[in-house]
Design a protein around this ligand. Structure first.
Ligand code: ZN
Length: 150
C-alpha cells in the first residue's frame, strides 16, 4: 500500500509542478471561478462544448499542490467526454475523496483520478481536491456566482 501511496504522490506532484491544459481558452463558451477559502485555492475552469461533448477544457489559477493537480487531472480526464460522463465521474470522485467509495456500485472507472484516494484521510484536503469539480459544475451551469467549497 505504501508503494501505491508513493506512486500516487508522484503523480500528484508531477501534475502540480507541470499542470496540463494550464491556460485560458480562447473559444470558451463556458467558464467559472472557484475559491476554497479554507486553503486559499483559486481556480478558473474554461470549457468549449460541441453539443454534449467537451471538445476542449483548460484551467488557470493558483493554490496548493492538491488543488492544482486535481484541476490538471480533471482537464486531462474530461477532454473528449460528454457532459453526462463528466457528471457521473464527479459523483464517483466525490465519493472517493470523502471516503464513501464503498457506497458506489459500478459507475465509470476513475482512471488517474484514483490518485486522490488518500485525500479522504485529510478532511481539510478534500476541499482542495474537489474545488475544480465544483467549479466545473458551475461552469456547466453557466453560473455567474463564484463556486465555493463552503
Ligand atoms: Zn488547497
Amino acid at each position: 500500500m505504501s508503494d501505491l501511496n508513493s506512486l500516487y504522490q508522484e503523480v500528484i506532484l508531477d501534475h502540480s509542478k507541470r499542470p496540463r491544459n494550464f491556460h485560458a481558452l480562447e473559444n470558451a463558451d463556458h467558464h467559472a471561478n472557484g475559491f476554497n477559502p479554507l486553503c486559499g485555492d483559486k481556480v478558473t475552469i474554461f470549457l468549449h462544448l460541441n453539443g454534449e461533448r467537451i471538445e476542449d477544457i483548460s484551467f488557470q489559477g493558483s493554490g496548493c499542490a492538491i488543488s492544482t493537480a486535481s484541476a490538471s487531472i480533471l482537464t486531462e480526464t474530461l477532454k473528449g467526454k460528454t457532459v453526462s460522463e463528466a457528471q457521473a465521474l464527479f459523483e464517483v470522485f466525490h465519493k472517493l475523496v470523502t471516503g464513501r467509495s464503498g457506497d458506489s456500485n459500478g459507475g465509470p472507472p476513475l482512471g488517474k483520478l484514483a490518485v486522490f484516494a488518500g485525500v479522504s484521510e485529510f478532511p481539510v484536503r478534500v476541499k482542495c481536491a474537489s474545488l475544480a469539480w465544483h467549479t466545473l459544475r458551475s461552469a456547466l451551469d453557466n453560473s455567474a456566482a463564484v463556486a465555493s467549497t463552503e
